[in-house]
Design a protein around this ligand. Sequence first.
Ligand SMILES: [Zn+2]
Length: 162
Amino acid sequence: MNDIAAEYMQLALLEGRKALPACLPNPPVGCVLVLENSGVIARGFTQPPGQHHAEAMALSQVSGDLSKVIAFVTLEPCSFHGRTPSCAKELVARGIKRVYVATLDPDPRNSGAGIQILKAGGVDVSVGLLEEQAFKDLGPYLAKIANPAVQGTLCDKVAQRP
Ligand SMILES: [Zn+2]
């Protein structure tokens, strides 16, 4: 699955690039929803502030049983209710069972909390797929909101990758 998973994450990265500049100051996140054995069924990217995040935009295009749907998201889904509801909670509520995340969100309000919500909701989560590329796309936008110490950790982690 990993080669195919990387292809889908690549599509999610392409979605994310469509978000700029309207999404600012939020990071340009991309998401694709994939139905097992069938391919991409929905795509999303960060909408202007107060509107859908990438995951919510993609989820708005599908209905019914999503237990065979895999979500590919370029950034850790948000755990907190800000201007919009938490995407991590929404993914769980909609019955998604598997999520690939390219890179963690260094925003101190998130920073692993989104992953915890998914796992607590019974979702199988993989973090780090195409992380280097995701960080290239998102890094400049994450830096503005990140705690400098946390940001350093993330940079170090990416730099240490073989
Ligand atoms: Zn969100």
